[in-house]
Design a protein around this ligand. Structure first.
Ligand code: FAD
Ligand code: SF4
Length: 501
């Protein structure tokens, strides 16, 4: 096969920024068949491919790309799904630039161009990695729209396993166990399965129909999904194992407990955690005019944080009609932890980045009276009207290895503290696991951050027969890591039950 030596990726077709900032349709439209084949031909089929060790679940990337280059899209899908059970999701949301694509040889090949003055060939920079994520997404979408959904014949082995939580870790664990013949029941606290994929990541980045397609596939394999069941409240893990006949449990309950900055005024009206704001919009469909879910349609929004959650919290209010949306982040652009593509998309849509700043106070509207009977009644009494922020500079590296932000004092800079007017403030500075499972399950231990402690090799918790993975163990991380942990949990649950039998 002749390789395509073009230095750059096929660009991803997207909705124009001025159009998409007013709708919830998916921003990226996806490659056509021709674009996918063309992009696949940029892969050099390396003998020692750097991309594969960069992928947390070690997809055989050159093998699937070789099939795409030949137009064998279904074969490519079969190769990907040997390692990943959620390719349509991962192709859309994985941070490929810091994983598989980071190690792609095409990103390390110098681009030479003739200098117009000297006439000599000179290095003008590096090429771009093969668009591995874009190809993964293409292949998964091709399969979804072309293959007929099938109901696999699986011989049941008579053993029952409970999975707590239906995010990527729980779904992946259930999938692998069901394939082995286990009777799997997923217990989900919310009314819809999918975890963050349903309640957190917005429709414009990950259409919910794609997630539900994966959930339907699991149901066809015989997995039972019981929604509106909060394990630890409706039923405990001990009851599941002693009274309901489950021989093992996998806890994939995520890290949904929001952290707040602990600054004066943060309980004001109009202050949301990113999780609450996004859940109202995504899961409860507050953006649809037919939805009964209340949501603030603010004009000026400030979001604190710089990760993927913050980017979603910034771009969502724009689509609800906000005129000014500002990201406040205490480090610089280089340190923004969100995916590069999400930062670029947010900027194109009009989000303003106020970097090296940190909120120090939420200023409430205290004018007039809160009483509707008073002549000077102010319906906005107690609502946020501005965020006071303080400029930061970067000091020595902290425990995370990133340079620590240090406040700039008013003595150093008279403009170090200032206010950003707003009528909505969204906090996206991190989350931790909900303590409910730990509080209601004797024998389960957590670390000081509230994350479940597991045996690193087997993902078994400190309680016999109870395994765990995903954000509940690592703290807030990524979809692919959660999915990998779910698969590992399934492997060792299978071993655990077989050894007991
Ligand atoms: P979750 O997806 O959190 O699922 C846990 C599930 O367990 C939830 O459905 C919850 O309701 C349920 N549950 C909790 N407690 C109980 C209980 N007691 N009983 C029953 N059910 C319970 N990652 C990326 O890789 N790329 C991205 O672009 C990206 N963007 C993100 C954007 C947002 C807004 C958020 C919030 C996260 C994002 N992430 C992203 C992170 C990623 O989504 C998570 O790392 C991943 O979903 C974790 O999977 P999980 O299965 O561990 O948990
Ligand atoms: Fe292809 Fe890049 Fe992987 Fe090499 S490193 S096999 S070029 S995707």
């Amino acid at each position: 096969m002749a390789f395509n030596m073009r230095a750059t990726k096929n660009p991803m077709p997207t909705q124009a920024p001025e159009v998409r900032r007013h709708n919830f349709d998916e921003v990226a439209i996806g490659y056509t068949e021709e674009m996918a084949i063309d992009e696949a031909k940029r892969c050099m089929q390396c003998k020692n491919p750097g991309c594969v060790p960069g992928c947390p679940v070690h997809i055989n990337i050159p093998a699937f790309i070789a099939q795409v280059a030949e137009g064998n899209f279904e074969e490519a899908y079969q190769i990907i799904t040997q390692s990943s059970s959620l390719p349509a999701v991962c192709g859309r949301v994985c941070p490929q630039e810091s994983q598989c694509e980071k190690n792609c040889i095409r990103a390390k090949m110098p681009v030479r161009e003739k200098d117009p003055v000297t006439g000599k060939m000179e290095v003008k920079g590096m090429g771009e990695a093969v668009g591995i994520g874009r190809l993964e997404r293409f292949v998964a979408d091709y399969h979804r729209t072309h293959a007929t959904p099938t109901t696999p014949e699986i011989k049941k082995n008579g053993h029952k396993v409970a999975v707590i939580g239906s995010g990527p870790s729980g779904l992946a664990c259930a999938y692998d166990l069901a394939k082995e013949g286990y009777e799997v029941t997923i217990f989900e606290a919310l009314h819809v399965a999918g975890g963050v994929l349903m309640y957190g990541i917005p429709e414009f980045r990950l259409p919910k129909a794609i997630v539900q397609n994966e959930v339907e596939g699991l149901k066809r394999m015989g997995v039972k999904i019981l929604t509106d069941v909060v394990v630890g409240r409706s039923v405990t893990i001990d009851e599941l194992m002693s009274e309901y006949g489950f021989e093992a449990c996998f806890v994939g309950s995520g890290a949904g407990l929001p952290r707040f900055p602990g600054i004066p005024g943060e309980n004001a009206k109009g202050v949301y955690s990113a999780n609450e704001f996004l859940t109202r919009v995504n899961l409860m469909k507050a953006y649809q005019s037919t939805s009964a879910t209340p949501i603030q349609h603010a004009k000026n929004v400030v979001v604190v944080g710089g990760g993927n959650v913050a980017m979603d919290a910034l771009r969502t209010p724009l689509r609800l009609g906000a005129e000014h949306v500002t990201c406040v982040y205490r480090r610089g652009r280089e340190e923004l932890p969100a995916r590069k593509e999400e930062i670029e998309h947010a900027e194109e849509e009009g989000v303003v980045f106020d970097l090296l700043t940190n909120p120090i106070e939420v200023i409430e509207d205290r004018s007039g009276s809160p009483s509707p009977r008073a002549a000077d009644f102010n319906p906005n009494y107690g609502a946020v009207k501005a965020i006071k922020v303080q400029k930061q500079k970067l000091g020595e590296p902290d425990a995370s290895g990133r340079r620590k932000p240090v406040p700039v004092s008013p003595e150093e800079d008279p403009n170090a503290i200032y206010e950003i007017p707003c009528d909505c403030f969204i906090v996206a500075i991190g989350t931790s696991p909900n303590p409910l499972i730990k509080q209601t399950t004797p024998g389960i231990e957590t670390n000081p951050h509230g994350c479940l402690i597991v045996n690193e090799e087997t993902n078994e918790t400190t309680k016999d027969g109870v395994f765990a993975g995903g954000d509940a163990v690592t703290g807030a991380a990524t979809v692919i890591l959660a999915m990998g942990a779910g698969r590992k949990g399934a492997k060792y649950i299978d071993e655990y039950i077989k050894n007991k039998a």
